[in-house]
Design a protein around this ligand. Structure first.
Ligand code: SAJ
Length: 430
């Protein structure tokens, strides 16, 4: 079939490429002209294993074409961002709306429109549907309209696109069947049909919420364990040997463009977020807990230097969206504000600790990143805030020689605590 994919980001680009490599004729459209021109030259604008070669294959076969405009197609697949508006506490649906308007201009009888972006329940039918119907065609009768949430894990996108189960929710049965035919062409997992689009939207949100709440439990367990002098990760590992217990890993907080945001989307049409909002608060509070650990070891942080290793939102990716490491950097720099007033009453004028940042996967000129040695030379403490593979082979003796202090906060359980202790470090783990 001909497919027009709207949005060439983390989801749209791999999806367009997959479809093209499975013999569909694919138009890939993005509103950003720079992204389009980079892609035409085979340059992928974000880090994802195997993606570049996959895209090159699709472009060379000419099954994938990056287009400067939206073109008519049997299928329109919308993969645009749906950020969370911190002020209104609502999903920002501006990109979904404008993609919808662009599709409406080209929509024909018999076409299928699929929304993959994560949205609050009711969006496909209540927001996208009416925009598409401005074409004077009717959703369900004249064209098919479906929500099929993406489920892929950054870092493993190509494999998961093929292998994960998919959920298709259509505004009617004909819509769902049409979408199933498209996904069947490349998905090896099960494709299940939800009663309608709103159910599919809800399911996606509760999947990510389940993970976020589970991580919040792990984080609370980690803080509790520390109060009892118990090693949290070892305890969780033992607890998980029970056949019905599966606790995730604690850490410096939950980042990325999904888990910290999607649970709030459930609050769009309900005010029942109780456990769910508490979980969000616990996860968002983890950088603050790291600051507590640092104060425990160093006392007053003013005038100190803290090196943060890892500001990507998780290991082995280069994405810093909602990253716990960056949240920690920001909170540290104002750590004096939270500090009880100094005895001389001069807290107002004092500044927080100096913060240096090192991340071998992140290339962002706005961040003032340094290489490992520069970032850690003279530091009083280092914080491992992301579990990049590179950090497993950090040499504690090198760091001990470069640093002024001897404190390590390993928020990811990435280091061998005993080896670091042998090199003279005080190690605090989350
Ligand atoms: N994290 C922990 N402890 C853990 C696992 C993760 O603290 O045990 C942290 C990570 O370090 C990271 C954050 O959680 O900061 C999120 O990472 P992640 O790997 O759990 O998930 P994402 O955001 O990369 O992708 C999630 C996935 N959702 C689920 O597993 C239910 C993915 O399948 C979704 O497609 C994606 O959200 C999305 O786009 O919605």
């Amino acid at each position: 079939s001909t497919v027009c994919v709207h949005g060439m980001g983390y989801i749209g680009l791999p999806t367009a490429t997959m479809l093209a490599n499975y013999d569909h004729r694919v138009f890939g459209y993005d509103t950003d002209a720079e992204v389009r021109s980079k892609l035409r030259n085979g340059n992928v604008h974000f880090e994802e294993p195997g993606l570049r070669a996959f895209v090159t294959q699709a472009l060379e076969s000419e099954q994938l074409e990056i287009t400067d405009e939206v073109l008519p197609a049997k299928y329109h697949v919308i993969c645009v961002p749906t950020p969370f508006d911190e002020e209104s506490k609502e999903a920002d649906l501006a990109y979904v709306r404008s993609a919808g308007r662009a599709v409406a201009e080209h929509l024909r009888r018999g076409d299928t429109v699929i929304l993959e972006s994560t949205v609050p329940p009711g969006t496909t039918e209540g927001v996208l549907g009416p925009i598409l119907e401005e074409s004077s065609l009717s959703a369900g009768d004249d064209f098919s309209l479906v929500h099929c949430p993406e489920t892929v894990l950054p870092g493993n996108i190509i494999t998961e696109l093929r292998e994960n189960n998919r959920i298709v929710g259509g505004v009617n049965a004909v819509s769902a069947e049409s979408a199933v035919r498209l996904y069947e062409s490349f998905v090896d997992g099960d494709i299940r049909t939800a009663t309608d689009a709103t159910v599919a939207e809800f399911v996606k949100l509760i999947q990510n919420t389940f993970r976020d709440v589970n991580i919040a439990l792990a984080n609370e367990i980690a803080m509790l364990a520390d109060d009892y002098g118990v090693d949290a990760r070892g305890a969780i590992d033992l607890a998980n040997s029970h056949p019905r217990v599966d606790i995730l890993q604690p850490g410096p907080g939950v980042g990325g463009h999904c888990l910290p945001i999607d649970p709030w989307f459930l609050g769009d049409g309900s005010d029942r977020l109780d456990l769910i909002s508490t979980a969000r608060r616990i996860n968002d509070g983890m950088p603050g807990y790291i600051i507590e650990l640092l104060r425990d070891e160093l006392g007053d942080l003013r005038g100190r230097t803290i090196a943060i290793l890892g500001v990507a939102y998780k290991g082995d990716v280069g994405d810093t969206r909602m990253s716990p490491g960056l949240a920690l950097a920001t909170q540290l720099q104002r750590a004096d504000i939270a500090q009880p007033a100094a005895t001389d009453g001069g807290a107002e004028t004092a500044s927080g600790p100096a913060v240096t940042i090192h991340d071998p996967h992140v290339a962002d000129s706005t961040l003032n990143l340094s290489d490992l040695k520069t970032a850690t030379t003279g530091a009083d403490a280092i914080v491992i805030a992301t579990d990049h593979d590179e950090f497993e082979s950090l040499d504690p003796d090198d760091l001990r020689a470069w640093m002024a202090g001897d404190v390590v906060i390993d928020a990811k359980g990435a280091l061998s605590a005993s080896a670091w202790q042998r090199s003279g470090f005080t190690v605090r783990c989350i």
